[in-house]
Design a protein around this ligand. Structure first.
Ligand code: ADP
Length: 308
């Protein structure tokens, strides 16, 4: 019951308790320790001061601890608030860009009387590409709220890793830049290892990691591969892109966080890695990154081969 009391009420109770103890027991305690009358009368004179000093020390410690806790909570709230504002600005921009493209190309299709088949294809491709981009932003926002509410449901099944990774790579061919090569580095064994996990969620994680590697690499190689032992599989996505500084590497898995270089030139919402980390934990695995600024980044992901 005392645990449920507010801090100020607990504090008042403690104050009364300590005062009561002092009034009731201080004389007995003094008599136990001291026997000669001179010291006894001196202690009696300064008894009040001892109490003030003793309680001041205790109360100072308690109040200091409480204030530090409050200050930290306030700083966290302010930081969250700033992050959310930044997120809203980012996301508005991220939504407006593909929306403008969709509206623009649709209007062109409606306005032009006769469109060459190639131009028609070009407009349609742009509309489809931008619609997909929009959909993935909306999916990310929905996913993070489902994960936060704890309502995410996993559907695990046996999956062969090679075809799954190849499918993800195939879907990302459209965003491949001219000077970037995408290679995979699989162990030579047919369909690859079999893993019991949630196909859609694993695809989503790989999509985020490989999508980021392709997005943040202007020139060079992006390689995707894995190694496996009897218990788990280690998947890696290695790029030769802009890299992430040491300071920022520890925070990029947090919601809405983007590295300074990544944010400036590439846009994004800062949700992909936060979602990937949450999903990975739900699947019983771990995710981390190693990076060097301007050299490249490698993301690692471990998953148990079997988990219930
Ligand atoms: P988004 O890419 O939408 O901003 P993510 O959560 O996927 O959100 O990534 C967070 C940030 O981490 C990115 O903004 C970028 O700064 C950094 N980042 C992620 N992957 C890479 C990578 N492969 N190379 C360099 N920076 C990366």
């Amino acid at each position: 019951m005392i645990r449920k009391l507010k801090f100020e009420n607990k504090f008042l109770l403690l104050y009364i308790f300590l005062g009561g103890c002092w009034i009731l027991f201080s004389d007995h305690v003094v008599l136990l320790i001291v026997s000669d009358t001179e010291t006894l009368s001196m202690l009696q004179t300064y008894k009040g001061w001892f109490y003030v000093l003793f309680t001041a020390l205790i109360f100072f410690r308690i109040i200091k601890k409480h204030i530090v806790k409050l200050r930290n909570a306030e700083l966290k709230a302010v930081r969250n608030d700033q992050l959310k504002t930044k997120f809203i600005q980012n996301i508005s921009h991220e939504i407006r860009t593909p929306m403008n493209a969709i509206v623009g190309f649709s209007e062109l299709m409606l306005d032009e009387e006769s469109i060459e088949p190639e131009t028609y294809q070009f407009y349609a491709k742009n509309i489809a590409g931008n619609s997909n981009q929009l959909l993935s932003i909306i999916n990310n926002v929905l996913d993070i709220s489902i994960i936060e509410s704890g309502n995410i449901k996993l559907k695990k099944e046996n999956i062969h890793l090679h075809p799954l990774i190849r499918e993800v790579l195939g879907n990302l061919q459209s965003v491949l830049k001219e000077e970037v090569t995408l290679v995979y580095d699989f162990p030579e064994n047919g369909e690859g290892v079999e893993i019991f996990t949630d196909r859609t969620r694993l695809q989503q994680i790989l999509n985020n990691l490989i999508g980021n590697a392709l997005k943040f690499t202007e020139k060079g190689q992006v390689s995707v591969g894995y190694t496996a032992n009897k218990a788990e599989v280690l998947i890696f996505v290695k790029d030769e892109g802009i890299g992430i500084s040491k300071d920022e590497l520890s925070t990029i898995f947090n919601r809405f966080i983007q590295s300074s270089t990544g944010h400036k030139n590439y846009g994004g919402t800062g949700l992909g890695l936060a979602i990937s980390r949450e999903l990975c934990t739900l699947l019983g695995g771990k995710i981390w990154a190693e990076s060097e600024l301007n050299k490249g980044t490698t993301f690692y992901l471990t998953l148990p081969l079997r988990s219930e």
